[in-house]
Design a protein around this ligand. Structure first.
Ligand SMILES: NC(=O)c1ccc[n+]([C@@H]2O[C@H](COP(=O)([O-])OP(=O)(O)OC[C@H]3O[C@@H](n4cnc5c(N)ncnc54)[C@H](OP(=O)(O)O)[C@@H]3O)[C@@H](O)[C@H]2O)c1
Length: 246
């Protein structure tokens, strides 16, 4: 899809990958619906970008997500692109997974995106066109100790996305999933960490991985390329692609 003139909802637009993606889409002529909890940051950004509105919302709450799509549609009269990007990490061994935190991360990283999809699909079907991009994670492709709750949910999001892609092809609605590599944002700072894994980011392996981390502008570029190409799976780097199943 050519993004020029298109209406794009970007969740998590107040920081990191979402912020960089919103700016890149705007520079290419898209109209933006900027979503996150940080009202002031969104309102400032909406002033800086042409044709942009701020819609403060907590994506872990079903009613907020429904209202987000309604506000987008009421303002612009259509929704062409949905980018489900808002999210948060949770590092814990499976054995120590705090179920309340797990439920919260599930609501934010999986349920919110599914609710948003449910709300935009009928609008996109009426328009006979639409693109949905769900931001998963490179960790969804790995079995990374202490990362099971988060990477498992990101894997679920990828699976749901690719299933919806099959279901919606006939309606000319393209659903894609993006697996970013480590990206230099506030993500690590905002990741909820079990006491047993605190300090793990200091390990030599982690330090090596972080040295190769991408700037958010790079990951945003991959996301926008994904919208333009309509590819099913977009990897932060080609080397992240799994070998095809035999
Ligand atoms: N950075 C990485 O290395 C990396 C790698 C793979 C995948 N990802 C994924 O990329 C996405 C973006 O992360 P990031 O790296 O840009 O992290 P970030 O800098 O922490 O940004 C997270 C964004 O999500 C928003 N958010 C968090 N909780 C929210 C809630 N309850 N309701 C609405 N918005 C909420 C935040 O805004 P407010 O705080 O204002 O609400 C912020 O805009 C996430 O889904 C993450 O899982 C990141």
């Amino acid at each position: 899809m050519d993004v020029k003139g298109k209406v794009a909802i970007v969740t998590g637009a107040s920081s990191g990958i979402g912020l960089a993606t919103a700016k890149l889409l705007s520079s290419k002529g898209a109209k933006l619906v900027l979503v996150a909890r940080s009202k002031d940051k969104l309102e400032q950004l909406a002033k800086e970008l042409p044709d942009a509105i701020a819609v403060p919302a907590d994506v872990s709450k079903v009613e907020d997500v429904k209202n987000m799509v309604k506000q987008a549609y009421d303002h612009f009269g259509r929704v062409d692109i949905l980018i489900n990007n808002a999210g948060r990490g949770y590092d814990a061994p499976v054995e120590r997974t705090d179920i309340e935190i797990f439920h919260y991360i599930f609501d934010l990283d999986v349920v919110g995106p599914v609710v948003a999809m449910k709300e935009v699909i009928p609008l996109m079907r009426k328009q006979a066109e639409g693109t949905i991009i769900n931001i998963s994670s490179g960790t969804a492709l790995m079995y990374l100790p202490n990362n099971g709750p988060y990477s498992g949910l990101k894997r679920a999001l990828a699976h749901i996305s690719l299933t919806a892609r099959e279901e919606l092809e006939k309606d000319n609605i393209v659903v894609s999933v993006v697996y970013p590599y480590i990206t230099l944002t506030d993500f690590e700072k905002n990741t909820i960490k079990d006491a047993s894994v605190q300090g793990h980011e200091e390990t030599p392996e982690a330090q090596e991985a972080f040295k190769k981390a991408d700037p958010p502008e790079y990951t945003a570029q991959r996301i926008v390329e994904g919208i333009e190409s309509g590819e099913a799976e977009i990897f932060g780097h080609d080397w992240m692609k799994r070998a095809p199943a035999t």
